[in-house]
Each structure stands twice: as C-alpha cells, then as structure tokens.
Design a protein around this ligand. Structure first.
Ligand code: SF4
Ligand code: SF4
Ligand code: SF4
Length: 209
C-alpha cells in the first residue's frame, strides 16, 4: 500500500525519533509528536532524548533549519534505567500501568522488577510509586541504539493495541472476542518474562547473601 506524502513523512519522522515514549515533548508519545510536526508545524526541537543529533535528522527530513533543543522541554541526558528497590516494593502494580513499553514485570502484592534491556529510561514509572522505591541510576549498558528504538516502538504499539482491545472487550462485555490461544500465548510469554526477571533479580542479590 502506498502512503500519501503527509502520512509517509509522519512515518519517517516517527522512525527517526528515539521511541522512549517519555512524553517530554508535550505529546503522548513519539508518533503523536511526529504527527504534530507535520500537521501543526510543531517545532522540531522538543525531544530531549533525541538531542542535537535528533534535531539535525528532523531538520533534514522536514527541510527546516537546525535549532538548539528548547530547554523548556528538558535536557539531553545520558540514558538512565529504572531500578526497583525490591525490598521496599509493596506490589501495587502502579508502575506496570505507567510503563509505556511493558518493561516491568510482577504481580499484585508481589515484588516487581524492571527488565533493564527493555527500559527506555522514560521515568514515567517513578511518580506513581506510592513508596518511592524506583530509582533512575545512569544505565550500565550500551547507549540507546536504533535497534533499541525499534524494539521500544514495537513494544509501545503492542501495548497500545492490547489496551485498546481490553477497552473494547470491557465496552462490549464480550471476553469471547479474544481467542483462547491468544490468551494462552500472552499468559505464557508473560510467565516466561516474570521467571527470567526473578532469576536475574536473584542473581543480582547473590553476592550480598
Ligand atoms: S522520545 Fe520522548 S520527547 Fe522524544 S518524541 Fe518520543 S515521547 Fe517525545
Ligand atoms: S521501567 Fe520505568 S523508566 Fe523504564 S520504560 Fe518503563 S516506565 Fe520508563
Ligand atoms: S509502583 Fe512501586 S511499590 Fe508499586 S509495584 Fe511498582 S515498584 Fe512496587
């Protein structure tokens, strides 16, 4: 399918954005910001995670002039990754609800853990935590790459699709619209993620035990 030029440009701009989904640009994610740049002439200097390099790319894509990052939207900082102080976690699940890319695993009243490889460093899980047990230390991992951005984009889209499906399900009260195999696959993949995360958490604790 051929996209019209405006839609194609939005898609190219979205692909060029870092996909942390942090909302610092003033929009609910990278795609809405990309749309606003094209449709509403929104300035191209409102994405702190993209920084100067990101602005240069947006300038090239849009034919606009390169301008400095607008400090009203934040600063270009090194990548941080969320870390849950597990001993203090009360398992309220509020952080899971806030995470735009499903990088937190855990269950109600059970310890929660961040999957560091999936975390975009957006910080959106920090304010909702009622016991202040989420820290954002500098990442001990490779800098954010295009591959990380593409993975985060897919995770964000999958999460939005799931939330939309759940909302539609509730609205129609027809849980049968979701096939048993989809539910089983989803549950089984979540269980694997939880088990892997708990295994990593146990491994991290070992030296001090
Ligand atoms: S990375 Fe954050 S600031 Fe940049 S476009 Fe995406 S949501 Fe907006
Ligand atoms: S774990 Fe926290 S900082 Fe990391 S992506 Fe999720 S909400 Fe953002
Ligand atoms: S919001 Fe805080 S207390 Fe609640 S599950 Fe997440 S880390 Fe634990």
């Amino acid at each position: 399918m051929t996209l019209n030029p405006q839609t194609a440009l939005i898609e190219r701009i979205n692909q060029a954005l870092p996909q942390t989904q942090c909302t610092q640009c003033g929009f609910s994610g990278c795609k809405p910001y990309a749309s606003a740049i094209v449709e509403n002439n929104e300035p191209i200097n409102q994405c702190p995670p993209g920084g100067a390099q990101g602005i240069a790319t947006l300038a090239q894509l849009t034919g606009r002039a390169v301008v400095p990052l607008n400090p009203d939207y934040g600063q270009e900082l090194p990548l941080a990754v969320a870390l849950i102080v597990e001993a203090d976690c009360i398992g309220c699940t509020k952080c899971i609800q806030a995470c735009p890319v499903d990088a937190i695993v855990g269950a109600n009243k059970l310890m929660h853990t961040v999957l560091a490889d999936l975390c975009t460093g957006c910080g959106l899980c920090v304010p909702p935590c009622p016991v202040d047990c989420i820290e954002m230390p500098a990442a001990v991992r490779a800098p954010w790459s295009n591959l990380d951005a593409q993975r985060a984009k897919i995770a964000f889209e999958q999460r939005n699709a799931r939330l939309a499906q759940e909302a539609a399900s509730h609205a129609t009260s027809s849980a049968s619209s979701v096939s048993t195999s989809e539910v089983t696959d989803d549950t089984s993949s979540k269980q694997s993620l939880v088990l892997a995360a708990l295994e990593r958490a146990r491994a991290r604790r070992k030296p001090s035990e």
